[in-house]
Design a protein around this ligand. Structure first.
Ligand code: NAD
Length: 550
């Protein structure tokens, strides 16, 4: 079982870092008889992250959103080490792994604000984790292929007080802590002798960031207050306030404009206060410091701050970028890969999900070369069919072009001003230029990571790793956007299908909510978690959420 240096039967070793949305489809899809597969991750379970806001308020229970990695991989020959990869040496093709105290420390230790909030929960979980990992040795692991799917960290923009006093909503212990903190705030507010000001502070909940995480959490919290806490804390309910602070002019700005407007109106009806054009400048144990555009800094007293302002790279990824060289890896936000998800400047390393970004080649340039070589374009005019035929012929030499053909097809009709089915070369280049500008960085979503993971598994399964050009018979990765969904509270959701091939549709409301639920129900990986999720939803509807601090 000693993995270091020994490669049975000459199989290549694939080391997968991570057990999240990018890593799981690789592990599930890869041929573990063709390769020797080893997974290293500090988390020995897959986490259904889209349901974390529901876990934070008790609509869904903790174990419902976890799936043990080992049970998911039964029947596959995959080794798993619960450890943290601390260093990648791209020259020696070796990784160094160690005790996962850093990550688990992050998950398990108490933060300042927990000290008076969830003593029992945080203390007991951190002790259990520390005990079980303390004696694990560090080790080195050689790889032929390294798949980096380690995700990203919470972005704080170095805002003072965030790490000490605010709650993130990224990992399961975050959700557990928030649930305890909400219960604590209500129990503290119900104590005798609490002044009116202090009661209002204790019942003021502030969410920072109007992206999908912040919006979904504010929505779930509002449901908890209106559906459950109002029954047991009748006297307190008038003092409850939920504020969402967003630096931009509105929430959900990454979605279609109509959705952002719908959500703003819905929140206003639900009395969730959205403070737009406002930056959070600092967090203290009892307040947040905010600054509205053009105004002075002010302070709002509150008890709970949930921080959801996006993501930044993990130190491991930063170190790898530097080890490869910043001349090649010049993007400070992620590892730059080609369209086969291979990290530029590092032999055998692939990266996907939130820690990676694809460097799309400019289409205009490729097409110009293609036409020069083909010399089939007559009269300086081009029809869509001619373009498609050329791409088909030359797809082998210019695989990246296939990636753009859908976009060209969609835009061709629009650009065909004479409606004769032909564009002049000048018009055609302008159209390619326009599409080039539209092809932007893929969003940091589960959907992208999942598709990339499936692609990498299929890619590794199909190639001959000893061939000179393993790409030869494989197309580059192509992202198919299937739309976005987010819960906005009171059994309403939003769905944005613009930019997909399905419908050009963006809507909000009850129907979107049913779609949201059906989608996540089908997305649950196993029957066990499907059953748990269904029973959680039924329980919450029929008997309410458990609001005790356990
Ligand atoms: P985000 O990056 O999408 O949004 C963060 C928001 O915080 C931005 O609107 C930004 O303007 C605001 N912000 C930043 N600094 C601020 C400050 N100091 N004060 C006030 N506002 C500030 O982050 P997220 O919501 O955590 O999402 C992360 C990624 O995960 C995104 O790519 C998102 O699409 C994805 N995600 C998707 C879903 C879904 O599809 N339902 C759910 C959760 C997350």
């Amino acid at each position: 079982d000693d993995l270091v240096g020994v490669l049975p039967e000459g199989r290549k070793r694939v080391v997968v870092l991570g057990t999240g949305w990018g890593a799981m489809p690789v592990l599930r899809g890869i041929d573990s008889f063709k390769y020797e597969v080893v997974c290293v991750s500090p988390r020995n379970y897959f986490l259904m992250t889209p349901l974390l806001p529901s876990v934070a308020v008790g609509t869904v229970e903790t174990r419902t959103v976890c799936e043990s990695l080992r049970s998911m991989l039964v029947g596959k020959k995959i080794k798993f080490y619960e450890a943290e990869c601390q260093e990648i040496d791209p020259k020696r093709k070796v990784i160094v792994c160690g005790e996962n105290h850093k990550v688990h420390g992050d998950l398990g230790t108490m933060r300042e604000s927990d000290k008076d909030v969830s003593k029992v929960v945080a203390k007991s979980s951190s002790r259990a984790i520390a005990d079980s990992t303390r004696t694990r040795p560090s080790f080195e692991l050689e790889y032929d292929y390294l798949i980096v799917a380690v995700g990203a960290e919470n972005q704080t923009f170095n805002t003072p007080g965030v790490k000490e006093h605010a709650h993130f909503l990224k990992e399961l212990p975050d959700a557990r802590r928030i649930r305890a903190a909400i219960s604590d705030a209500f129990e503290s507010a119900a104590m005798p002798g609490v002044s009116a000001d202090e009661r209002q502070r204790l019942l003021h909940f502030v969410v920072v960031g109007g992206g999908p995480t912040g919006v979904e959490f504010a929505a779930e919290l509002n449901d908890l207050v209106n559906e459950d806490l109002n029954l047991v804390h009748k006297k307190l309910i008038d003092d409850v306030k939920i504020t969402l602070v967003e630096a931009l002019p509105g929430v959900l700005t990454m979605y279609d404009k109509s959705i952002a407007e719908y959500t703003m109106k819905h929140f206003s009806r639900e009395h969730i206060d959205v403070m737009a054009n406002t930056f959070v400048k600092g967090v203290t144990a009892q307040s947040v410091k905010i600054q509205k555009k053009g105004e002075d800094i002010s302070e709002i007293p509150c008890a709970l701050v949930v921080w959801a302002t996006g993501i930044k790279p993990r130190p491991l990824v930063d170190d790898l970028r530097k080890a490869i060289g910043e001349a090649v890896q010049s993007n400070r936000r992620a590892l730059v890969t080609n369209q086969y998800l291979e990290v530029k400047g590092a032999d055998g390393i692939m990266a996907l999900g939130d820690c990676a970004t694809i460097d799309f080649p400019k289409m205009v340039e490729s097409v110009k070369i293609l036409f020069e070589e083909a010399d089939t374009v007559k009269d300086d005019r081009l029809s869509l069919a001619e373009f498609q035929a050329l791409v088909k012929q030359k797809a082998h030499a210019y695989p990246q072009l296939e990636f753009f053909t859908d976009a060209v097809e969609r835009h061709f009709k629009e650009a065909d001003l004479n409606a004769d089915g032909y564009l002049s070369m000048e018009e055609f280049h302008a159209l390619l230029d326009k599409i080039d500008k539209k092809i932007k960085i893929l969003p940091a979503t589960a959907q992208v990571a999942n598709q990339q993971g499936m692609y990498l598994a299929a890619y590794l399964n199909s190639i001959d790793p000893n061939a000179e050009d393993p790409h030869q018979f494989f197309s580059p990765f192509q992202y198919k956007h299937m739309g976005s969904l987010a819960y906005i509270g009171s059994d309403e959701a939003i769905i944005d299908l613009t930019g997909t091939k399905l419908f050009n549709l963006a809507l909000g409301g009850r129907n979107a909510f049913y779609l949201w639920r059906s989608f996540y129900f089908t997305e649950m990986f196993t029957m066990r978690t499907k059953m748990l999720l269904f029973s959680d939803w039924m329980r919450a509807k029929l008997y309410g959420r458990d609001i005790s601090r356990v």
